[in-house]
Write a protein that binds this ligand. Structure first.
Ligand code: TRP
Length: 325
């Protein structure tokens, strides 16, 4: 019994002396950088999602989290400068919103963990070796989703359409890879396709006009340049009475006809949650890349009306008609 009491006292003593250590470990400071290519509604949502995800795992600004927010405003030279500067400050984790940002950081560091947020094709853009085993210091969340469903929806919505146009920015690997995959999926379903590259937003009007005059409908994916000046494209397609279909909910809200889309904020949220594994010491190269589940079929009813489209009942039943303010 004496032995036991001694042991018990020693145990309590150890608890009391060690507990400050335990608590301070939980309250560790986290120092991150969040780097965004440009401002457009989807990327802003991803950014907000990251902050929510970090809060969910216990890290909040003003308490135990420091965030260095950077936005290159679409300027690739500035992006490289930002990458070098952020790396020199040695944050615990770097969140890279968009493929060009992840690529800039891949060039700038092979040590600091890079958490991708919204990277369409991490393997194709050579950011990771594979989805299951990324390999280096990079992991994160992809916004890729099935492209077949986009064209199955198109067949159902607009059965008379035969030729689909595709537009992408030539300086975005993400968009080029996605558009090539999308065109292949469309051809698989029997569509004729035409792909046009855009070297800058300044060409949007001209390239858009040219494409709209030759196709029945235009598909747009997760292209940052197009997302940043989507209104310009819509002006052109509207004047040609050509519907735009897309995987991006914000574009549908702005006036695209519809598409199957994931929640953009969820991309960032999942990236925030994944950060726990890195904090726990797992090598990013061993953390599989995640995707966002459960996309929704979204339709903009105002666009349906503006373009004089008669939607079949089957589409009306399964689609969410988004609210346009
Ligand atoms: N997937 C894009 C990339 O890899 C980034 C992105 C995420 C995006 N969501 C978007 C682009 C919405 C345009 C619209 O860079």
């Amino acid at each position: 019994m004496k032995q036991f009491i001694k042991g018990f006292i020693a145990f309590v003593f150890a608890l009391v002396t060690l507990s400050p250590l335990v608590t301070s470990a939980q309250e560790d400071e986290l120092n991150v950088a969040i780097v965004q290519l440009v401002s457009h509604p989807s990327l802003d949502d991803i950014n907000a999602g990251i902050i929510e995800g970090l809060a969910e795992i216990g890290y909040e600004e003003g308490n135990n989290l420091t965030i260095n927010q950077q936005n290159s405003e679409g300027d690739m030279n500035l992006l490289n400068t930002i990458a070098n500067q952020v790396v020199s400050e040695d944050p615990d984790v770097i969140f890279a919103i968009t493929t060009p940002v992840a690529q800039a950081f891949q060039n700038a560091t092979d040590e600091i963990p890079i958490m991708m947020a919204g990277i369409t094709d991490p393997v194709g853009a050579m950011l990771v070796e594979s989805i299951e085993a990324p390999g280096a210091n990079i992991t994160g969340v992809s916004d890729a989703m099935s492209l077949d469903v986009q064209f199955e929806l198109l067949q159902e919505m607009l059965p008379e359409v035969s030729k689909v146009g595709f537009m992408y920015s030539t300086n975005e690997d993400n968009s080029q890879l996605e558009v090539e995959a999308a065109a292949a999926a469309a051809e698989e379903l029997g569509y004729e396709t035409q792909i046009e590259g855009l070297s800058s937003a300044l060409d949007m009007q001209m390239v858009g006009q040219n494409l709209a005059s030759q196709v029945d409908v235009i598909f747009i994916g997760a292209d940052n340049t197009i997302a940043s000046s989507f209104a310009t494209l819509l002006d052109v397609t509207d004047s040609e009475n050509i519907p735009v279909i897309t995987t991006i909910s914000d574009m549908i809200e702005q006036g695209a006809l519809g598409g199957v889309a994931i929640n953009q904020k969820q991309i960032g949220y999942q990236a925030g949650l994944m950060t726990q594994e890195i904090i726990d010491g797992t090598n990013p190269g061993e953390i599989p890349v995640q995707f966002v589940e459960n996309p929704d079929t979204l339709i903009n009813p105002e666009t349906v009306e503006r373009l004089g489209i008669e939607l079949p009942e089957s589409v009306k039943e399964k689609a969410t008609m988004i609210e346009v303010e």
